[in-house]
Design a protein around this ligand. Structure first.
Ligand SMILES: *[C@@H]1O[C@H](CO)[C@@H](O)[C@H](O)[C@H]1NC(C)=O
Length: 266
């Protein structure tokens, strides 16, 4: 220590000040980078920028709501501080407090039966599929990997429900897409741009075939029913199913009070 003191006092003070400044600012930079990457909350889909998607970011979050059969809203809960014994951050519960504070996730690789939209009757088993998805994710902590944005601004990604007592670094848990297929409440998404990740499309189709053979979920009366893709296509001739969906989003936005629509930035 005395040696170090000697060495330091023999240096010119300006050099000392300069190196202290350099150490200080690089520490600040590192902290800022770490904060940005690991602790900053992503409030909603608008903040899921191309660089976040390019990195295929993983996020941890709490599912506040299951909207339709293959998508849900997740409140990003990064880093720590969200649960006992280190609880100093809180997930809002009121609807108005959650507005613009959740990320709309569309689970990748599968297609679930479509629910009723704007007078158009839904597909058979849509309510059952919705009930199933709610039972799996609603009110739970999930891990999602973000792949891309779809044409409705939702984030297409995978979702995993952690298993009790298994730490996240060992296993992310149950793959919601795969479990939904296995339970017979969804079919493999076969349109262009699908993401099957490591498992691959063949594996997805095999899991689906197994569910069909075992007559699980919507296959209980056998196969041959219209698939969600066919249903959407049939609707596309008169009014696009997609338009109906964005219309739904528009109506949701319009339910907001006027002053909020005028002043909110998102
Ligand atoms: C989990 O599902 C996603 C699609 O949501 C897929 O991309 C991925 O390969 C699956 N991973 C595993 C390990 O099953």
């Amino acid at each position: 220590m005395a040696k170090l003191d000697n060495a330091l006092s023999s240096l010119p003070p300006s050099l000392l000040a300069l190196s202290a400044l350099a150490i200080g600012s690089s520490t600040t930079l590192v902290v800022a980078i770490l904060y940005r990457r690991f602790a900053r909350r992503i409030p909603n889909g608008d903040w899921v920028t191309p660089d976040v998607l390019a990195g295929k970011r993983w996020i941890k979050g709490y599912v506040t709501n299951v909207g339709d059969n293959d998508n849900f809203r997740v409140y990003h809960t990064p880093a720590f501080g969200w649960r006992w014994p280190l609880k100093f951050r809180r997930i809002p519960t009121r609807r108005d407090k959650l507005q613009h504070q959740t990320i709309h996730i569309r689970i990748a690789g599968v297609d679930a039966p479509e629910g009723a939209h704007f007078g158009r009757p839904g597909q058979p088993y849509a309510p059952e599929a919705l009930t199933w998805l709610k039972s799996q994710v609603e009110g739970k902590t999930v891990y999602c990997q973000l792949f891309r944005k779809d044409q409705y601004g939702r984030i297409v990604g995978s979702a995993y429900v952690p298993r009790a007592l298994v730490p996240a670094w060992m296993s992310k848990g149950k793959n919601v897409s795969v479990e939904m297929l296995r339970a017979g409440w969804a079919v493999t998404y076969e349109q262009a741009g699908a993401e099957y990740g490591g498992l691959g499309k063949e594996a997805f189709l095999a899991i689906q075939a197994e569910a069909q053979k075992a007559k699980r979920g919507m296959w209980k009366n056998g196969v041959g029913a219209e698939t969600p893709a066919e249903y959407k296509k049939r609707g596309a001739s008169s009014d696009k199913a997609g338009e109906a969906e964005s219309q739904a989003d528009g109506q949701e936005a319009q339910r907001r009070p006027l002053w909020r629509r005028l002043f909110s930035r998102t």
